[in-house]
Design a protein around this ligand. Sequence first.
Ligand code: FES
Ligand code: FES
Length: 160
Amino acid sequence: MEQSIETTLVVNGATVTRRIQARQHLIDFLREELGLTGSHVGCEHGVCGACTVRVDGRIVRGCLMLAVQANGCRVDTIEGLSDSKELEKLQQAFHQKNALQCGFCTPGMLMAAQDLVRSKDKPTREEIRAHISGNYCRCTGYQAIVDAIEEVIQTGAIHG
Ligand code: FES
Ligand code: FES
């Protein structure tokens, strides 16, 4: 029989308490139990970055963390950061620079990009590339994505 564990976490500012299957990954809990389907599931083994969410202020792979491990943590998803407008400048820049096509990778890409925007004053283009190197995009060739992130950083349009 599957073991479930009572777990309390704060998701996008709202406290959630559920009994969660011990083996359920955080990304599956967010998507399937809470309906937060903005974060995507690609490789399911920590390679593609589509499942990137923020836990206690740091970005993590939602497919590599069990939901019960988030007990007591604050979890922020693409929905929360969009609603709070924290991502507004990056979203505008991605749109203007044509930095997305199918958009499957974009939520994770924005989470990773915002992590860089928050953490460092003026990263170089190479540092931007390195920071998003764990987020795969099949469509854009990355050039436009790096352009968009660079523009937000250079114009000082930093939020959060
Ligand atoms: S689905 Fe998590 S890194 Fe690919
Ligand atoms: S826009 Fe399609 S995978 Fe990135």
